[in-house]
Design a binder for this molecule. Structure first.
Ligand SMILES: Cc1ncc(COP(=O)(O)O)c(C=O)c1O
Length: 381
């Protein structure tokens, strides 16, 4: 049996053809593929606007800037995420406050969010993470955000295609921004849509959209509405201290081609998840929470087990490369320098001691999954 990773991309002949076609075209960057990808993605998540950028981290950074985060202002997020979610706040000079996770969903605990809002001053926003592909109930979160005047930036890097059913019985797709001000996605190869590197921000707010477009490309504009002077067709002005966070056209072509198969991938991921869950029933393995109000995108399939390290090593010996998501961000040496310490967020820390992400990707074969299940069951018996 060849090595089985926890996640991997799947590249079709159509994907390759789309990239080759773009490579042979006039534009490698700033061409028509970007707008095509943005339009298709906005439609996919049912948002008004989408802005493609170079990666998910850039998407987070630009979003906090477009939402107006200023030096010294505080943003609440979760320790169980990739560090980029909270690093974005630090890039903008903001301060991170963590709320612990809910022990069942592994998402940010809304009660703790509210407690922080009651006691902390200068909190301006919340970055919830749709961890593993399980969407946050942003309707409930928005009630808190509205009460305290905060914005919501949803990190849905794990969750394109996920949705929850709100109190009006309406399916709310991650990224549709019914309740969030903006949502970010990543197109790293292990994610649902691979573009090599790449990211997207969705929003329904024209002001945020305009700001993102400006910041993505050095803060430079050629828009006649914005120019303070005009010397001719070549003329542009820099209005903000922006960045070069552009996506290339060949990455957009790959992303757009992958997007066409995104729903197929979600079905496959859910089938794989169901089989794991059924196979581990009656054992002491804790499987991901299933709810009839939620469509899980299963970027990750995370179990909790007693002897996690031993199982991880046992799987490695059998050429199965499970992974750990995540080491709590507040325990990172860099975050410790900011004043956080072990023991601050006990639910996250306990979760970390036991979590293990099993192989989960659309091209995982039945035979491979059977081998993973057999190897785990043998170990725990
Ligand atoms: C939850 C989360 N947020 C943000 C990012 C950053 O995305 P990127 O790697 O595209 O910069 C990741 C990437 O792994 C992630 O998992």
């Amino acid at each position: 049996m060849k090595a089985i990773p926890y996640g991997r991309q799947s590249i079709s002949d159509e994907d390759i053809a789309a990239v080759v076609e773009t490579l042979k075209s006039d534009f490698l960057t700033q061409g028509p593929q970007i707008a095509a990808f943005e339009n298709a993605f906005a439609k996919y998540v049912n948002a008004k606007y989408a802005v493609a950028v170079s990666n998910g981290t850039a998407a987070l950074h630009l979003s906090v800037l477009a939402l107006g985060l200023e030096k010294g202002q505080k943003v609440i997020s979760t320790p169980i995420t990739f560090a980029a979610s909270t690093n974005s706040v630090l890039y903008a000079g903001g301060e991170v406050i963590f709320a612990d996770i809910d022990k069942d969903t592994y998402l940010i605990d809304l009660e703790q969010v509210e407690e922080i809002c009651k006691t902390e001053e200068n909190v301006v926003g919340i970055i919830p993470v749709d961890f593993a592909g399980y969407p946050i109930n942003s309707e409930e979160l928005k009630k808190i955000a509205d009460k305290y005047g905060l914005w919501i930036l949803e990190d849905a890097c794990h969750a394109p295609g996920a949705y929850f059913t709100d109190s009006h019985n309406t399916k709310q797709l991650s990224g549709n921004c019914t309740y969030a001000n903006a949502t970010v996605f990543s197109f790293h190869p292990v994610k649902h849509i691979a573009a090599g590197e790449g990211g997207m921000i969705t929003t329904n707010d024209k002001k945020i959209y305009d700001s993102l477009c400006l910041l993505r490309t050095h803060g430079i504009t050629k828009s006649p509405d914005l120019l303070t002077e005009n010397h001719g067709a070549w003329y542009y002005e820099m209005h903000e201290l922006g960045y070069n966070y552009r996506l290339t056209d060949f990455q957009a072509a790959l992303g757009n081609s992958q997007l066409k198969r995104a729903n197929e991938g979600l079905v496959k991921r859910n089938t794989i998840a169901d089989k794991y869950t059924q196979s581990f029933a009656g054992t002491n393995i804790i499987c991901p929470l299933v709810s009839n109000k939620v469509f899980h995108a299963y970027h990750l399939y995370v179990i909790q087990v007693k002897n996690r390290k031993e199982l991880y090593e046992h799987l490695q010996k059998n050429n199965i490369y499970a992974q750990i998501h995540y080491i709590p961000v507040h325990t990172m040496p860099f975050y410790k320098k900011l004043g956080f310490k072990k023991g601050d967020y006990p639910v996250s820390e306990k979760y970390y001691e036991h979590c293990l992400s099993l192989p989960m990707y659309p091209t995982l074969t039945n035979e491979e999954q059977d081998f993973v299940i057999k190897t785990i069951l043998e170990f725990i018996q």
